[in-house]
Ligand binder design. Structure first.
Ligand SMILES: Nc1ncnc2c1ncn2[C@@H]1O[C@H](COP(=O)(O)OP(=O)(O)OP(=O)(O)O)[C@@H](O)[C@H]1O
Ligand SMILES: O=P(O)(O)OC[C@H]1O[C@](O)(CO)[C@@H](O)[C@@H]1O
Ligand SMILES: [Mg+2]
Length: 566
């Protein structure tokens, strides 16, 4: 029997949301006193103006288009241009689920906390720098424990899977999910899925207990193993169903979150009471919306060791050049932050900033000048930088990994060779170049102290969300506050360094390197910043009314406009 919680900030759903699968292909709408639930089968055709007083909820349902599946969107409008991009809830398609009081109310560690439970209406603003007349813009549901939960402790059968490349902190997140479920919610049935997505149907599982995971945060890698490729939605959901799993914690990058979204949609289609929670992971820090991904700080810190070594080598010998290659397939955040942190770097090359070697303003000219001035120099290059240059000078392979990610050519080796060739061919200067490739070293280490704490918060957010019945969500800090974010927001766009924004300008000013930017490049960068038309009414055409750029948004790939207005 569902219980009401006295004094609860949340009201139990008297009018539970309409089950999505029933209404999936209708054009009808349903109104109550202050809410409108609008169910459409097409994403693009809906145009409903925001309601002035009160709020309006729109649930946009996915429809298969070719092989791409459009996501479910649940959007609520409020006053002053307020938009809530909400995440799905189990009651969206299972309206009569029983609810239970949150066992944290009786937990001695948490019951002393004043207002430990998050108000159900709390949301987190994506835009925090506002003008007097700015609209309030997009918000996400605040994460944290709710007074009521949709799972009883002994009913929960959770599983955890890690997918994609390694990242410092994977083991910490696993540990914290297991310990958090057990300590906070008394959950004791937790399975580890081995070897990534394909482990659901092709590998063994391992039972995870607080005791078995106690020390794993001190190790790099993932105790569960990981993989690329092998995402077979039907087989994965069959496995979830056959094993009686009802909470799935999926740790991985953009590809993994796309896979999690497909699993969620299939779970929903089958009408299963299974919560799907994504925990975003990527060493490259290229996940949109969230402030930063776990392991990134650790990677930047670890990269300092390689940069230090390169600097020591370079400054100890005449015309010494240290070249360090760091990770960053499409985004140069590790290289940029490692450079800014180090102050020993003379030039940082990232995928977002095209560069050239020869001629006036080119890299080779700059190297020569810097060697004449300082006698040594350090170059940091992100692995995804200059791929166009290598492809031109070598036969491009165009190979992909099992997940469909482009396999990169080795920019570090190529660049080192080009520099050596240049200085030996024109005999201007004898140089001494040392190439250091610590790429896998920076992601194979255990997470540092601050990442460890961050991993705990992520794990707890995911647990509270799943216990509260939310599903089809990923989590992360938005402007410092943890939030539940719909999958499509994380997967629609990869976060990149904005080369016309403040942080890159700081880097250019600290290294004094050429920007390599022609007027066309700036224009291109400006155009790339055009956010794809978002589906939010009441916003400007790029979906961010009165957009104001902050350093935080720079991390999130926003901000070309700012430089232009400076
Ligand atoms: N569009 C997609 N739909 C379903 N599954 C996907 C999709 N893209 C990737 N996956 C699956 O997600 C898993 C991880 O993907 P991928 O190898 O791209 O790593 P990632 O999660 O992006 O992490 P990393 O940051 O290390 O690249 C793989 O098992 C892959 O099959
Ligand atoms: O683990 P793999 O397959 O070698 O992939 C390496 C890639 O993974 C990442 O670490 C994360 O996407 C990239 O920086 C890098 O290009
Ligand atoms: Mg990826």
């Amino acid at each position: 029997m569902p219980s009401l919680i006295p004094g609860s900030m949340e009201s139990l759903p008297n009018n539970p949301p309409v089950p999505q699968k029933i209404k999936a292909d209708t054009n009808g709408s349903l109104k109550n006193s202050n809410r409108l639930l609008d169910l459409r089968s097409s994403l693009s055709s809906v145009k409903v103006p925001p309601v002035k007083n009160g709020s309006e909820v729109k649930l946009r349902l996915g429809k298969k288009m070719g092989s791409e599946s459009k996501p479910c969107m649940k959007i609520e409008y409020g006053d002053g241009g307020y938009v809530l991009e909400d995440v799905p809830h189990l009651t969206d398609y299972l309206p009569h689920l029983p609810v239970f009081p949150n066992p944290l109310q009786n937990n001695p560690a948490y019951s002393v906390v004043k207002q430990y439970f998050v108000n159900v209406d709390d949301t987190v603003a994506q835009k925090i720098v506002v003008h007097k007349n700015s609209s309030r813009g997009t918000h996400f549901r605040r994460s944290g424990p709710r007074q009521k939960v949709y799972f009883e402790s002994d009913e929960v059968h959770a599983c955890i899977v890690t997918c994609g490349g390694l990242c410092p902190g994977l083991n910490t997140v696993i540990r914290e999910i297991v310990c958090g479920l057990s300590d906070m919610y008394g959950v004791n049935k937790i399975l580890g899925i081995e070897g990534g997505y394909r482990g659901f149907y092709a590998r063994n599982t391992v039972t995870l207990t607080p005791k078995s995971v106690n020390d794993i945060h001190k190790r790099g890698g993932t105790i569960l193993g990981t993989s690329r490729g092998g995402h077979d939605t039907m087989k994965i959901v069959d496995s979830i169903q056959d094993r009686g799993i009802n909470q799935v914690y999926i740790i991985g990058g953009d590809g993994t979150q796309k896979g999690a979204s497909a699993i969620f949609e299939e779970i929903q289609r089958r009408g299963l009471k299974v919560a799907i929670a994504g925990i975003p992971k990527t060493i490259d820090n290229d996940i949109a919306v969230i402030d930063k991904s776990f392991g990134f700080d650790t990677a930047v810190e670890e990269a300092q060791r390689a940069i230090n070594a390169a600097h020591v080598e370079a400054e100890s010998i005449e015309n010494g050049i240290g070249v360090v290659k760091l990770m960053g397939r499409y985004s140069g955040f590790i290289a940029m932050h490692a450079t800014l942190a180090s102050r020993d770097v003379d030039c940082c090359l990232i995928p977002e900033s095209p560069f050239y070697l020869e001629g006036k303003g080119g890299l080779l000219e700059f190297i020569e000048r810097r060697l004449k001035e300082n006698g040594h120099m350090v170059i940091v290059v992100a692995e995804g930088a200059g791929q166009d240059l290598i492809a031109k000078s070598m036969e491009s392979m165009n190979h992909e990994d099992a997940s469909g990610n482009k396999l990169l050519l080795d920019i570090g080796l190529w660049l080192s060779q080009k520099i050596k060739d240049h200085f030996s061919s024109n005999k201007k200067m004898a140089i001494n170049l040392k190439y250091i490739d610590p790429t896998y070293m920076v992601r194979a280490v255990p997470s540092n102290a601050s990442d460890n704490v961050y991993c705990t918060l992520l794990a707890h957010s995911a647990i509270h969300g799943a216990m509260a019945g939310y599903t089809g969500f990923t989590i992360g800090p938005v402007n410092g506050r943890h939030a539940y974010i719909p999958f499509y927001r994380i997967t629609e766009k990869c976060k990149k360094v904005v080369i016309t924004d403040r942080m890159w300008a700081r880097l250019l000013s600290s290294t004094n390197q050429p920007s390599f930017l022609s007027h066309e490049h700036v224009e291109d960068a400006r155009n790339e910043d055009e956010t794809p038309a978002h589906l939010l009414e009441g916003n400007s055409k790029n979906g961010h009314a009165d957009e104001q750029v902050t350093d935080n948004q720079q991390m999130n790939g926003g901000g070309i406009k700012e430089l232009m207005s400076k």
